[in-house]
Design a protein around this ligand. Structure first.
Ligand code: FAD
Ligand code: GLY
Length: 382
């Protein structure tokens, strides 16, 4: 039996759920199809940092997007609460990018200067000043860059709240619903095929992270994406060890709204293996202990891993497919999908409505790359 709707979204991670929420707010009839549970992949593994300044050193295209998206969180928190009744654990304490060498000090000073020129708050703190803010920091740190607006949320809660708010606004959210292939009629995508039959729509939006590539290949196009595994740890202490996120290149510690302290994350490209390794945990705990020595007394809670979706250019694909009408993509948000989710959802909704976009998409264009089964056999394009 055929089932029709305005827009089909494939993928119930933070990106698909944000798009569903933004479209539903505008009265557009949406069906979101998720093969597992909502937030079952990267969007439940994420640390939830809104690290627009800590993770983007200078004015790469994503820096402006990141700042614009970060600014949407206070209003979004209230709106999601109003529609879903759910809290997303927004903690507005900022972040300390801690220097552990002279080289870090030079780098972070330069970073602070560039960010101040962009109108952002970025304050250099001596070691003494950093210790005055976070008394459990190791006394031999070289100082810290205080980014008072890099806040954090609870990533799975955000994703579930988007989905729940979208449902309250009329979206159909279907879990355990895997899309097997896209339906193509000439130069147009007209729907998707699932086990229960064909679902037709005006617009298909692929928000399926690294699995977006396999879906595009069902209609003869490619979309280069690869996984970057990240492992994390959660511990608990009787009294919070820190109030602000502590961030270095190799490890970050994020004090969550529920009292847990999240320690992340490893970076292992090109693997689909999800197991958490002893080596990964030792590496993270080694740096965490050097930064906050008293973490030795914390109680172990759990470990997990997730697959970040990365692209060869290091920029997500956001927008219309250049050759297939009726098809849009939002995938490849790598380390910042939580942070970038509000703006991505809002701009995708602008595109569906055909109105002026809230942000520039030039840097995030979807490539027009053909794909054939022969390439798979010869290994070309893998
Ligand atoms: P996903 O969450 O992976 O969702 C894609 C969904 O598509 C999945 O649920 C999958 O089941 C579904 N799907 C796939 N194929 C199909 C199909 N054929 N049919 C139906 N459904 C399908 N970002 C931040 O902003 N801040 C952070 O602090 C942060 N920390 C991170 C820490 C770690 C350890 C990791 C791994 C990531 C972190 N990230 C962070 C990055 C962030 O998690 C990702 O960028 C984001 O979750 C990607 O969202 P997504 O919706 O594109 O993908
Ligand atoms: N943004 C943090 C991470 O991906 O680990």
């Amino acid at each position: 039996m055929e089932q029709t709707v305005d827009v089909i979204i494939v993928g119930g991670g933070v990106i698909g759920c944000s798009i569903a929420y933004h479209l539903s707010k505008r009265g557009i009839k949406v069906r979101l199809l998720e093969r597992g549970r909502i937030a079952s992949e990267a969007s439940s593994a994420a640390a939830g940092m809104l690290a627009a300044q800590a993770e983007f050193i200078d004015s790469v295209p994503l820096f402006d997007w990141a700042r614009q998206s970060r600014a949407m969180f206070p209003a979004l928190t209230a709106d999601l609460q109003a529609h879903s009744g759910m809290e997303i654990g927004l903690v507005q304490q900022g972040l300390l990018r801690v220097a552990t060498s002279e080289e870090d000090v030079l780098r972070y000073h330069a970073q602070a200067e560039l960010q101040r020129q962009s109108g952002e708050s970025a304050q250099w703190l001596s070691a003494q000043e950093a210790l005055a803010l976070e008394g459990t920091l190791a006394s031999d740190v070289y100082g810290a860059l205080y980014l008072e607006n890099d806040h954090q949320v609870v990533a799975p809660s955000l994703t579930l709240a988007y989905a729940s708010a979208a449902a309250a606004l009329g979206a159909e959210i279907r879990e355990h619903s895997e899309v097997q292939e896209l339906l193509r009629e000439g130069g147009r995508i007209t729907g998707v095929r699932m086990q229960d039959g064909i679902h037709r729509c005006q617009q298909v939006i692929i928000a399926s992270s690294i699995w977006s590539q396999a879906l595009l290949r069902t209609v003869g196009y490619d979309l280069p994406l690869y996984p970057v595994k990240g492992e994390c740890i959660a511990v608990r202490t009787n009294k919070p060890l820190i109030r602000r996120t502590i961030y270095t290149d190799n490890c970050y510690l994020v004090p969550k709204a529920n009292g847990e302290l999240l320690i992340g994350a490893t970076v292992t490209p090109h693997t689909m293996q999800r197991h958490v390794t002893v080596g990964g945990i030792l590496a993270l705990m080694g740096v965490a202990e050097r930064l906050i020595p008293s973490i030795r007394g914390a109680t172990w809670i759990r470990t997990w891993s997730g697959l970040r979706p990365q692209t060869p250019q290091g920029l997500p694909y956001i927008g219309n497919h250049p050759e297939l009408a009726g098809l849009m993509i939002a995938a490849g948000h790598y380390r910042n999908g939580i942070l970038l989710s509000p703006l991505t959802g809002s701009v995708m909704a602008d595109l569906v409505e055909g109105i002026e976009l809230a942000a520039d998409l030039t840097a995030f264009q979807v490539p027009a790359m053909r794909w054939s089964k022969d390439q798979e056999m010869t290994g070309v394009g893998i």
